[in-house]
Write a protein that binds this ligand. Structure first.
Ligand code: RNT
Ligand code: ZN
Length: 419
């Protein structure tokens, strides 16, 4: 699109928003500054590079689109390219399974920042913050799908050590990059079928988590989060770290609670949970995903729930209490497009939240004028957010509209098809 047209659109939008009491420039700046953590695992179907080879733990990537990143170098190259389409403050969300061992005999219970040197240097070069995840799945030391709640002490010990190593690694990332590195714990532990003792495994899980969090590692630099889940594939009947379990653990132990959009009953939404949890927690982390009928991890679309999530964060000025990360993995379409679409949607929804006349809407509510509240909420939906978005992309030097798609096609021809 012609630049003059974009500028005209922006001028028009500025007037429209001014008429409802919104300063577009301030909104744009606010939206740009909110960090969104981009998950590395979209680029290689959650396989990683530390030798696991296949994905286990009740999660599944479907599709066999060509061009999956097979090495950390390829993955970084793909992320570099995807980032040219993604505006706004971005962090990288990295999993421990993306370690680069360079032939060294070292397992997950002994990883140090050395296995992530290239990631660290690359993050530094690109001025990217990093968040980190222990990889407690896809590994021979899993006891079936049990880890921290295994009945086998050696298994538990192995994963406790991994959990501690990840805190140490996160601390190194945070120190080197000058910003906090959130460590998010998710483990699949659970049963396919109805179990007879729901207590034992939870007792073991609690003891294991306590052991992971016991060492004194600065949690302002490496804050720790625990992610709940309703069920996994092959683990349909019982999940040790369910919602009540994980939320309770976090309240009691002052951890960050991770709400994944796909980890609840299909009619439950995480947008409804954020401020409820924050009554009793300092912080939450979001795994913005899109479940279709189940925890299917579809690419994030700009749908009502995404908008509601971002509205909650922005309207309530919770940007320093809510860490926003994305979590999905689709191998049926171009993986770089998956990043571009999901990340652009997250940022668009953030921008829309910042542009909404939220103060006016809330005033109507406080004054008991629920007619006006509803009217303004509905009118908000057709405000010219798209014109501001185009201008924002132009200013940030990223593609306007669907221009990125042709570049992805070119990259597919030049790079992905050679893999
Ligand atoms: C699994 C959890 C978890 C993973 C990533 C790869 O159901 O959502 O967050 O998706 O850690
Ligand atoms: Zn998740």
């Amino acid at each position: 699109m012609e630049e003059t047209k974009i500028l005209q659109g922006y001028d028009y939008a500025k007037d429209v928003f001014a008429a409802v009491g919104v300063d577009v420039d301030a909104a744009m700046e606010a939206a740009d500054a909110i960090p969104v953590s981009m998950h590395c695992w979209q680029g290689d179907d959650v396989i990683g590079f530390d030798g696991s080879g296949e994905l286990t733990g009740g999660i599944a990537t479907t599709g066999n689109y060509p061009g999956r990143a097979r090495t950390a170098g390829e993955l970084r190259q793909d992320i570099d390219f995807a980032r040219t389409m993604i505006p706004g403050t971005t962090k990288l969300n990295l999993h421990a399974s993306y370690a680069e061992k360079h032939g060294k005999q070292v397992d997950r219970d002994a990883y140090t920042i050395d296995e992530f040197r290239e990631w660290l240097d690359w993050a530094k070069e690109n001025r990217l913050g990093v968040d980190f995840n222990p990889t407690i799945f896809s590994h021979p030391r899993m006891d079936g799908d049990f880890s921290l709640a295994s009945l086998d002490e050696g298994t538990r010990r192995f994963w406790i050590e991994h959990g501690i190593r990840c805190r140490e690694i996160a601390l190194e990332f945070a120190k080197a990059l000058g910003q906090p590195c959130v460590v998010n714990y998710w483990m699949p532990d659970g049963y396919k079928d109805v179990c007879a003792d729901t207590v034992l495994r939870r007792d073991l899980m609690t003891a294991s988590l306590d052991a992971i969090f016991a060492p004194d590692i600065d949690e302002t630099l490496a804050p720790c989060a625990l992610e709940s889940k309703l069920f996994g594939v092959g683990l349909e009947s019982y999940t040790v770290a369910s919602h009540e379990y994980s939320y309770g653990y976090c309240v009691k132990n002052r951890k960050i609670y991770t709400l994944d959009a796909g980890h609840f009953h299909p009619t439950e939404v995480i947008s409804a949970k954020i401020t409820a949890c924050l009554q009793f927690l300092d912080k939450v982390m979001l795994h913005v995903s899109r479940g279709v009928r189940w925890d299917s991890d579809h690419v994030v679309a700009w749908d009502d729930e995404l908008q509601r999530i971002m509205d909650e964060v922005v309207y309530n000025r919770l940007t320093d209490r809510v860490y926003i990360g994305l979590d999905y993995f689709d191998a049926s379409i171009n993986r770089i497009a998956c990043w571009a679409i999901g990340m652009r949607n997250a940022r668009k929804a953030i921008l829309s939240a910042c542009l909404a006349p939220s103060e006016r809407i809330r005033r109507a509510e406080r004054e008991g004028d629920l007619t006006a509240r509803f009217a303004l909420q509905e009118e908000r939906k057709s405000l010219p957010v798209g014109a501001v978005w185009d201008y924002y992309c132009l200013r940030k030097g990223v593609d306007v509209g669907d221009a990125w798609l042709a570049r992805v096609r070119q990259y597919e021809r030049d790079v992905l098809s050679q893999r």
